[in-house]
Design a binder for this molecule. Structure first.
Ligand code: SF4
Length: 91
């Protein structure tokens, strides 16, 4: 893993945006196949219903938000997985 000094990190903030994109793309191509991307999707399966208290998360029941509490059933999660990724499930 590469380590950076505070000075080196501060220098990233001074880079022109397109130079920063170029540097990021260069590092990506050194470490991953070019022109391939991996798509991800996050399902909120228990919006407002999780007993944990992670302040950034809309699934936590500890924070008052404008979101309506709702949870997805196993069948709904499986249907989403099938729809977005073509996954199939057996019981
Ligand atoms: S509140 Fe925390 S533990 Fe619960 S779903 Fe969110 S991130 Fe996960």
């Amino acid at each position: 893993m590469q380590t950076y000094t505070k000075k080196a990190i501060a220098e990233f903030f001074e880079l022109p945006f397109l130079d920063l994109i170029y540097r990021a793309q260069t590092i990506l191509r050194q470490n991953f196949p070019a022109n391939e991307i991996e798509l991800s999707k996050i399902l909120s399966v228990k919006t407002g219903g999780c007993p944990e208290n992670c302040s950034y998360c809309t699934q936590s029941a500890h924070h008052k938000t404008a979101l309506k509490k709702e949870s997805l059933s196993l069948a709904q999660v499986q249907e989403s997985a099938k729809h977005f990724w073509g996954c199939t499930f057996s019981s």
